[in-house]
Design a protein around this ligand. Structure first.
Ligand code: CA
Length: 763
């Protein structure tokens, strides 16, 4: 009998092993990523305005196939027929454009001109992944593959069997340098092209080493090809030949540095003696490791692909431009001083977009990365006296608010450590009362009037004044909250606590909306709530009225109670997508993206309103949040070239999906709470860096079962419409019971409401 049991157990074990093997995923996380998501975009309509970044997560250099002309922000568009080159890029957005870019292009005839060398290609002969990109260049009968590391990349070029084939090196215009070292099969150079935000002597030094000798070599200076070996000119380049009789694969190692040519050579060590396939494999493993913090179990593969494609976009920016020098020390080029300084520096993000949920995503799932980013912010401040609201790579004049206060506060309050918070405290408190002398978006423009009147008036020569006021008030709350956590004295922080209520100063009771206000205290008349821009930023009053992230209960009181508040939310979705574009004089793409989505005046394609769907959690109608977030996830996101409903914007719009798919969203970064929505999958597991797991299960989930009928956290039922960072930090099991009908009795009490400043403080 015992023997039988043993055999039986062994058989069971075998079956279990086989079942486990069968359950091994056919696809790893990175296989679900479509890097072309959002690339079918144009000036007038954005479905993401992304390019297929081939890069390591947060890597210093990205690579992209280039279809657009040199300098065109639309660097790769899905509808294009031809590729002009393979570009090292640092571009965060077409509107901000690129810097330090240069390109490489294999060709069959020695022609440098970017139009003449361009080749037809097909998406059917293209493989686009985060760690590897390949394409067949039809006009040159040449197959190109590229695989990056953080600061270097390897190319494998398969030339046809012809006597000689060529390689173009294009260092771009506006001042560049190229030198050919024939004996060492090497090309060195620099690009100075930029869009601002760099020091005067800015250079991106690059070095390219071939494994194949050059059969011919020509230098290009401002369009003229010659036998020389060096060009310092407006537009430098090189045309190199290879003997390809019988066909040949040429391997290129490429590396660059913002510091020096010597440092570029050091950065090339990232490739070591690795083969092309080994570089590719290492990149694949790195992406799987980072993406793999999230594990999804569901039967809807389309949603899984959208999820990982969005997660990939959330892990690209801000980029780490620190480099490891000859002594093994981490150093960085400073766009502020032009010098080399120690430590990290992260660049290429506009926090007007990314404070909302991209940074909170890092704080939850990748806190060790945000610790380095915060160290980078310390360095931004030490080197420039300001925290950049838009960095690319230095201060750029773009957008409004002083939301680095949120980025700093949410990191610290979420438990991120390992950097000098005292310096960042100095940075956010000083930054609230000064403005950058050259870049008005860093610091606070209008701070004198804001500090004396409690709002930025519309008639003081400062545009988008109401948007600025609302964001400053939230930023003040962030500073106050951080000050409390740091044990700062009441005298030091009380002014921020009071200023956090400044949003009240813009509430126009006659309209029940936020409105611009003059120095003498009058609200703007005539007032058109449909008017985009003017007193608001890339949105109208209907979009900006909800920018009281930290005090939704206070806003509800202003608006006359929960019922009226909910009705005001409803109206935005139910009204037609009418708009007034007169401030711009034409229909900006963000307006068009709102108009065509069949969701009224709700504009998910731009950032100011992206938290609004979650506000029903504060007014006793959480089921409306649940159905609406699922509608947006289902309709507005797909893992396809037209996959976003507006500019993706450096991870923000993607991180919205990642959070929403988890079933919660950080409406108020800094509060330590996430408002509940409707989880997308049956099961999701987030493994935190210390190994703790956050398991989110919703076994009955389906397209129809989008409503939450009950929630339990670690086995304890919760009626609340929120979950806290504290509950999640050490791992948690959140279980959602889902239904096809709204439960109008759950989450409707005052206690169920997520955080609000004035409710919390009895103000
Ligand atoms: Ca935007």
């Amino acid at each position: 009998m015992t023997r039988h049991i043993t055999i039986f157990c062994a058989a069971l074990l075998l079956l279990a092993c086989q079942a486990e093997r069968a359950a091994l995923p056919l696809y790893e996380p990175v296989d679900h990523v479509n890097t072309l998501m959002g690339s079918l975009s144009k000036h007038s309509l954005s479905t993401g305005n992304t390019y297929p970044a081939v890069a390591m997560p947060w890597g210093m250099n990205f690579w992209t196939p280039q279809t657009g002309r040199m300098g065109d922000g639309w660097t790769y568009t899905y509808t294009a027929d031809k590729i002009r080159g393979f570009k090292q890029t640092h571009q965060p957005s077409p509107w901000i454009n690129d810097y330090g870019q240069f390109s490489i292009m294999p060709v069959s005839t020695p022609v440098f001109d970017e139009d003449q060398r361009a080749s037809w290609f097909s998406h059917k002969a293209e493989t686009a992944t985060p760690y590897h990109y390949s394409v067949y260049l039809a006009d040159h009968d040449t197959y190109v593959e590229m695989a990056p590391t953080e600061r270097a990349a390897m190319f494998r070029i398969t030339y046809p069997s012809v006597e000689e084939s060529y390689l173009i090196i294009d260092a771009f215009d506006r001042g560049s340098y190229v030198k050919i070292y024939e004996d060492s099969k090497m090309i060195a150079g620099y690009s100075t092209r930029n869009s601002g935000g760099v020091s005067d002597d800015f250079r991106n030094w690059f070095v390219i080493v071939s494994d194949t000798p050059f059969s011919s070599a020509h230098i290009v200076s401002d369009g003229v090809m010659s036998d020389g070996d060096e060009s310092v000119s407006e537009h430098s380049g090189a045309v190199l030949g290879f003997n390809t009789a019988g066909g040949r694969q040429v391997h290129l190692k490429v590396a660059s540095s913002f510091i020096s040519l010597e440092q570029a050579m050091i950065n090339m060590n990232e490739l070591g003696e690795l083969t092309y396939d080994e570089v590719k494999e290492a990149g694949r493993n790195r992406w799987n490791e980072v993406l793999g913090r999230f594990e999804v179990e569901d039967n809807d593969v389309d949603d899984i692909r959208t999820f990982y494609s969005c997660l990939y976009r959330s892990l690209l920016f801000p980029r780490d431009i620190s480099e490891i020098d000859a002594d093994g020390k981490r150093v960085h080029y400073s766009p502020h001083t032009g010098n080399v300084h120690e430590g990290y520096l992260f660049v290429d993000t506009g926090v007007w977009d990314t404070f909302r949920c991209l940074f909170p995503l890092l704080n939850l799932a990748y806190p060790e990365v945000n610790s380095r980013i915060q160290e980078g912010y310390v360095n931004h401040f030490l080197e420039s006296g300001f925290l950049p609201e838009w960095s690319s790579p230095g201060h750029r004049d773009c957008m409004v608010g002083n939301n680095t206060a949120s980025v700093v506060a949410d990191a610290y309050l979420s438990g991120v450590r390992g950097y000098d918070i005292d310096i960042l405290w100095k940075a956010v408190t000083e930054g609230a009362h000064k403005v950058h002398p050259d870049v008005s978006s860093s610091g606070r423009i209008g701070h004198e009037l804001y500090d004396s009147l409690g709002y930025v008036p519309y008639d003081a020569g400062i545009n988008e004044s109401a948007a600025r006021t609302l964001e400053y008030a939230y930023d003040d709350w962030c500073i106050w909250k951080l000050g409390v956590a740091l044990g700062k004295s009441e005298t030091e922080i009380s002014r921020y606590k009071e200023a956090a209520l400044n949003y009240r100063n813009l509430y126009d009771e006659e309209y029940g909306l936020m409105n611009g206000r003059s120095i003498s205290g009058e609200f703007r008349r005539p007032f058109n709530p449909l008017k985009w821009g003017g007193d608001f930023t890339e949105g109208n009053s209907l979009h900006y009225t909800w920018s009281v992230f930290h005090d939704i209960a206070g806003l509800i009181r202003l608006m006359g109670g929960k019922e009226k508040f909910a009705a005001a939310l409803d109206r935005v979705f139910e009204m037609p997508p009418h708009f007034d574009e007169s401030y711009y004089g034409f229909v900006i793409h963000e307006i068009r993206e709102m108009q065509i989505m069949n969701m009224g005046n709700y504009a998910h394609g731009n950032q100011p309103i992206q938290h609004m769907l979650y506000l029903y959690d504060w007014c006793g109608q959480p089921w409306k949040t649940q159905e609406k977030v699922r509608d947006v996830m289902d309709r507005f996101y797909t893992a396809s070239p037209d996959g976003y409903c507006g500019d993706e914007d450096n991870g923000q719009t993607s991180a919205w999906y990642v959070f929403s798919a988890m079933g919660f969203y950080p409406v108020c970064p800094g509060s330590g709470e996430y408002a509940l929505g409707s989880p997308l999958f049956r099961k999701m597991t987030l493994t935190l860096p210390d190994g703790e797991e956050i398991v989110i299960s919703a076994p009955d989930n389906s397209d129809k079962n989008c409503y939450v009928s009950s929630v339990s956290v670690d086995g304890r039922k919760s009626d609340r419409n929120y979950i806290s960072m504290e509950q999640l930090r050490d791992g948690a099991h959140i279980r959602f019971e889902m239904s096809d009908r709204p439960d109008m009795s759950r989450g409707i009490s005052d206690d169920a409401m997520p955080y609000s400043f004035s409710a919390n403080m009895n103000l």
